[in-house]
Design a binder for this molecule. Structure first.
Ligand code: TXA
Ligand code: MG
Length: 320
């Protein structure tokens, strides 16, 4: 741990007193507040400039907390928690009255997750309350995978626990449970293939109707300040001398001003870990736009392509 016991204790006290703390998880850094304190949660939305219709994930450190935060018992939730927690899986369940409306943007459901990060688990435990936390970035912008990324977007924030680089690199898989099985609302490291070993997948296809207010599903998100184009998917300006390349592989390309490598030996896990860091670097550099290679859409590659397409969306013709 890069942070001291004392720093986590102090951060826990800030949470108990209704304040905000940025902390590492295995996916991305979170901007946390006491999930049971509506006023504290309001300041998360203000700090992020996040629209109030976008619900927050509630982070817990023990499975017993599922019971008091959810309305009814669902054995499938415990089965999934048993196999995937702590880990990058958020399970949306009907919420109990303990969870303030502001946390869930007025929805009757709440997303629960137990992060796989020692600092995060200790913070939740010492705070003595569940912690509501979105990613610690300005709304719609690049997610933070280091404490520096958090500082860049939220410089006014008083408490940032520095846990170094996050180990997964993309946000948690978000699922909801229909009567016939799970539906994925946001792709992450845990895939449908992993989940079906324990719970069947729902036949429901119309997830946009199911989760109209699930902005992980918004078409534009996670986006840097510069245009992003994906090779094979978008029309790319022919002059690349002022462009940055996001490369999935080891070969350099002199056509570009700058190249960031996601994984020299094309390992998708490694590419996920490096994804947001590489985008942050290209955003900070003097390139005019970013061109990304596509990665295979298997395993965590599905989540990587989802993030890249959302990063690119607002820059393509006819979208804004
Ligand atoms: O990995 C993660 O999930 C990170 C770390 C900090 O835990 N958190 C994160 O939070 O990515 P955020 O706020 O950036 O994304 C939360 C997304 C929402 O945008 C929404 O799509 C979905 O989770 N969500 C949360 N609660 C929901 C609910 N009750 N119903 C449907 N979707 C929900
Ligand atoms: Mg986010």
């Amino acid at each position: 741990m890069m942070v001291t016991e004392k720093q986590i204790l102090d951060a826990a006290e800030i949470i108990r007193n209704g304040g905000l703390v940025a902390f590492p998880t295995e996916t991305v850094y979170g901007l946390g507040a006491n999930a049971l304190d509506a006023k504290a949660v309001t300041s998360i939305f203000a700090t992020k400039e996040r629209p109030s219709f976008d619900p927050l994930i509630v982070h817990i450190c023990k499975t017993e907390d599922i019971r008091r935060l959810s309305l009814e018992e669902d054995a499938r939730v415990y089965t999934l928690a048993h196999h995937f927690w702590p880990g990058p899986l958020t399970i949306v369940v009907p919420k109990s009255s303990l969870v303030p409306e502001i946390v869930t943007s007025g929805l009757s459901s709440v997303g629960l997750r137990m992060p796989d990060n020692e600092i995060a688990l200790k913070l939740i435990d010492l705070a003595g309350c569940p912690i509501a936390a979105p990613s610690a970035n300005k709304f719609g912008k690049l997610s933070p995978t280091t404490a520096e990324h958090v500082r860049k977007q939220l410089p006014e924030l008083g408490c940032i626990l520095d846990g170094g680089n996050t180990s997964v690199g993309v946000e948690s898989t978000v699922i909801t449970l229909e009567t016939d099985g799970f539906v994925i609302l946001r792709h992450g490291a845990i895939t449908a293939k992993d989940l079906v070993k324990y719970v069947p997948q729902s036949k429901k296809k119309d997830i946009f109707v199911l989760a109209a207010a699930s902005p992980g599903m918004m078409k534009s998100h996670y986006s840097p300040e510069k245009p992003v184009y994906i090779i094979g998917e978008h029309e790319i300006p022919s002059d690349k001398s002022e462009a940055g390349l996001l490369s999935f592989g080891a070969t350099s390309n002199d056509e570009y001003k700058k190249v960031e490598f996601l994984s020299a030996n094309q390992n998708l896990q490694e590419a996920a870990v490096n994804l947001f860091g590489a985008l942050h670097k290209l955003e900070e550099s003097d390139v005019g736009f970013i061109v990304s290679e596509a990665v295979p859409e298997t395993g965590i590659g599905i989540a990587i392509m989802d993030r890249l397409r959302k990063a690119a969306y607002r820059f393509q013709k006819n979208n804004s």
